[in-house]
Ligand binder design. Sequence first.
Ligand code: EPU
Length: 423
Amino acid sequence: MSKFIIEGQAKLSGEIPVKGAKNAALKIIPASILSVEPIRITNLPNIEDIRLSLDLLADLGGTFERKFGEVNIETKNISKINIGSKYANKFRASIMFAGPMLARFGEVKFPHPGGCVIGAGGRPIDLFIDGFKALGAEVGETKDFYHLKAAKLRACEYFFTIISVTATESLMMTAVLADGVTTLKNCAMEPEITALADYLNSQGAKIKGAGTPIIKIQGVKKLNADQFKIIPDRIETGSFAIMAAITKSEIIISNCEPAHIEILLNIFRKINVDFETGKDWIKIKPAKKILPHNIKTHEYPGFPTDLQPPYTLLMTQANGISLIHETIYDRRLLYTDLLSQMGANITTCDPHRVVVNGPSKLYGRKLVSPDLRAGITLLIAALIAKGPTEIDNIYQIDRGYENIDDRLRAIGAKIKRIGTLNI
Ligand code: EPU
């Protein structure tokens, strides 16, 4: 298994460009199934989850040609309606293929998606199934597979009882080719949803309201070809901003969209982390005395659950006590135990809340990355720790952050990869 060895406390400075958003690209690739015409996607991150998504597309019969940072996709020869467990077991976003397959072929089979440890008892897909039914699909279920069929999808009015990013995106994609006007209510508002709507609209879809709680989709007969540039990854942007703040470095984060992490920047103002922003960059200035500040994760534009782990780490270096309240996932605070092993003073109140008492000196340890966002957090923790840190299972970092070791080395980090990166 590959691992990182990081020698902490190296001085960081310079510019780090942000890559395309994983969670936008993971929807744009399956959305290409809605059109039989060729699609070109640029600013594509070179990460494991994207490779899996393209491999799944190819397994269904689609073709793609990938060059650095972009891909040309053709789906006209898709012949299979089965999403194999070989892919579905590996990444949850395989579920994003179900809606477009149903919309284009009137049928799809898929197993319950796996691939992530942050939800208790496996992350549910009840909202997807419920929504597909509302759009007119018959849903069969065996021990291993869901089987959806719809001779003709019909527009519907659907209210999400829980706000969900991927469920909103799934129903939005499925409704694009349905007859009539679909109204989705209590939708998630994440920038990736707006990006997906922009992409589909550029191909002739008629979607209004993406980025608000009510999305209306006027069904169309077909979508045309187009090309699309993936938006910058806001979680990578926020993680780098936190990395700069905690290492007290001057770092320019470029190719980003500062408005997508407005909540973090507003908290930076409160906790003494000074910064400047431009159209597509953020310059973090060397922080002095960082102040504590409570957070409660929330759907966009609230505090993103995906930035909760690095923010919790930042609070281990703040002068005082902060409460971290994770509201979205049941198992997304377990990694705090690893920060405690490094020397952080963190008390668990219940599965959703921890209290962080800072500042604490962190020490290098041998650790195993439990999931993607916890993984980048351990990596950032290692950058300020005294002594070397070894992080194992770095698959759980590489799958979301492109060439992270090369990019951190370029701004001064002392990080060594043992093993090879196979993307
Ligand atoms: N939920 C249900 N039923 C469903 C779907 C979701 O109960 O059918 C619940 C979940 O259990 C959770 C809540 O709804 O408690 C919200 O989850 P959501 O569905 O919004 O999460 P997601 O759409 O599966 C996306 C991102 C996640 C990110 C969340 C929240 C993708 C591929 N994934 O997941 O990203 O944490 O939104 O912003 O877009 C990551 O990148 O590390 C990651 C986990």
